[in-house]
Design a protein around this ligand. Structure first.
Ligand code: GLA
Length: 378
């Protein structure tokens, strides 16, 4: 992360030194579109994220500079002061959500920069949210607990950015721990850290970015969520979590074909997360990989959040003997996450790049990630 750049730019813009805070993006090994269904997710924070320099400015204005976009704006802290810049709405939303919870905050200056690729499904927005939620919590000594920090990020997405997301991304960005994935039960909010070190077992984890961009705002993401809520309502449940295929089949004629397929995916995905966690305890990476492919094709055929490019990447992976491959994150573009035997790694990357470039005119981007710590002061 660009700590030095952030320091220097802050100095240039505000002629002072800021305090530094950072928060990561995330990967998710399995458990996609389960969070808002009250189910399980299995993410980990990564070594790519957001860094912000922040300094209180004794006013009621926020003066913010997005280094990567070379964009500067100022806004106040009341609801009428909402900035028009998309990126600034995340910071504004965090301020407002803290205030709604009774937190007393005031103006500050900030400059920030990130290295989470945008639109790649690695939660650059959650990294931004948790950076500011954590920083304001510390700088104003608000005493907000870490779950609430994650919820403040999630509410920011809901109320200021138009995405009715679940809690996974913000949770992972706040609670991340180096070398560990986290299985979170999104209904009870209980979670467990799982040591995760594929390299020690002869595997590598690599992300291939199709560079197809998704826009979740006002979007198919919210429609998916609405489908799930409709089915849960017919089942007289708060969440789809816990529903069985038998229960779903029993109400098949009361729901649309589309909602049925969406719910079928979610019910299958619940079990896959649990299977993967059990498999990891036995170092059974083959089962992990199988479930990843099942998730991919479930997301593609039933949940319909994949796209041609991502299906192509998963197919190449399968043909190269990659252990597991699937679309990662909300979908509609972005990355596949791949679990590859070390000895097949080079060949897989060569093949994937060449075949993808031949078909789409550009290579996929390749990211290797290290599982890292969550939101922190630097
Ligand atoms: C996005 C959302 C998350 C989650 C994933 C899909 O990343 O922000 O809450 O729903 O999609 O698993």
């Amino acid at each position: 992360m660009n700590v030095e750049v952030v320091k220097t730019k802050f100095q240039e813009k505000f002629a002072a030194e800021g305090e530094l805070f950072a928060s990561p993006g995330r990967i998710n090994l399995i458990g996609e579109h389960t969070d808002y269904n009250g189910g399980f997710v299995f993410p980990g924070a990564i070594d790519k994220g957001m860094v912000a320099a922040i300094r209180l400015n004794d006013s009621d204005k926020v003066r913010a500079y997005a280094i990567d976009l070379d964009s500067y704006t100022e806004f106040g802290l009341t609801e009428e002061d909402a900035p028009s810049e998309g990126w600034a709405r995340y910071i504004f939303g965090i301020c407002r959500e803290i205030q709604k919870r009774g937190g007393k905050i005031a103006g500050f200056d900030t400059a920030f920069s990130g290295d989470v690729p945008l639109g790649a499904g690695m939660s650059s927005s959650a990294a931004l949210e948790s950076t500011f939620a954590n920083a304001l919590n510390e700088l104003f000594s608000l005493g907000i607990d870490r779950f609430e920090l994650a919820r403040i990020g999630q509410s920011t997405e809901h109320n200021y950015c138009g995405v009715k997301c679940g809690i996974m991304d913000q949770f992972a960005s706040v609670f991340g721990k180096a070398g560990h994935l986290m299985r979170l039960d999104c209904r009870s909010m209980e979670f467990e850290y799982f040591p995760f070190d594929p390299e020690a077992h002869g595997y590598k984890l690599v992300l291939l970015d199709s560079v197809v961009k998704h826009a979740l705002v006002g979007s198919p993401y919210n429609d998916r969520r609405a489908s799930c809520e409709r089915v849960a309502a017919v089942l007289c449940q708060e969440f789809l979590r816990g529903a069985t295929m038998e229960q779903l089949d029993a109400i098949k004629d009361k729901i649309s074909e589309e909602d049925y397929k969406r719910a079928r995916y979610v019910i299958g995905e619940e079990q896959r997360v649990l299977d993967v966690c059990e498999a990891l305890k036995r170092d059974d990476y083959e089962t992990v990989g199988k479930r990843m492919y099942e998730t991919h094709w479930g997301m593609s055929k039933d949940y319909e959040v994949s796209c041609e490019e991502l299906d192509f990447l998963a197919t190449i992976a399968e043909e190269c003997g990659v252990t597991g491959s699937r679309i990662m994150g909300g979908g509609f573009g972005g990355c596949t996450i791949n679990l590859v035997k070390s000895e097949l790694y080079d060949n897989f990357l060569t093949e994937a790049k060449a075949r993808f470039a031949q078909k789409y005119g550009h290579e996929p981007k390749v990211y290797s990630v290290v599982i890292s710590d969550g939101a922190r002061r630097l």
